[in-house]
Design a protein around this ligand. Sequence first.
Ligand code: C5P
Length: 215
Amino acid sequence: MIIAVDGPAASGKGTLASGLARHYRLPYLDTGLLYRAVGLAVAGKAEGLDFEAGAIAAAKALDAAHLTDIEALTAAETGVLASKVAIIAEVRKALFDFQRAFALQPDGAVVDGRDIGTVIAPDADVKLFIQADSKARMERRARQLEARGQVVDRYALYHQIEERDARDMQNPNGGFYKADDAHLLDTTLLDIEAALRAAIAIVDGTMARKAGQQS
Ligand code: C5P
């Protein structure tokens, strides 16, 4: 079974996707980490041709060793860098095969990101599109960062998330929209347990319907 989980920054899609992976005992890939690793590789470079060439080279050379420094990868500024390299068509192309192969592995997979249901795994068995209002997303991200001992400026964080969403939604090389056959799950008013229960109900319901159609 392939489960595609998409949604904007800090929508809770990562927590939900990893919860689904545990529940169904499936391998899990957070594709945002790939873009974040490419972003980190060009941190400090001014935007321009050098930045673009560096990002393309980093995407082509990316391997598991670049995905270990979770603290640096998940920092808020790395998310901004990731959204800047994510608009480069060649970066997306270089990262495509790895994501597609992960989704298609024989055991099945849970993959989360922005374009999983539309580009990486349009043939996924179940697609979820996770949504939450901007303030709720900012507050969740702020608490995650505070739990790591960081001091958070909520006003700046809110604007950073909005800026990242705007860049993502205008990405000419993206696919950052809800697939027609994706199930919308708004987590604004749900805690983690309730959101996971709702996601499991959607997956079980979809798979039961599909099994019914086949018999
Ligand atoms: O999901 P996360 O917030 O870690 O993603 C960081 C950035 O990477 C996103 O804002 C987006 O620009 C980019 N991304 C992408 N396609 C994906 C996953 C992430 O373009 N499948």
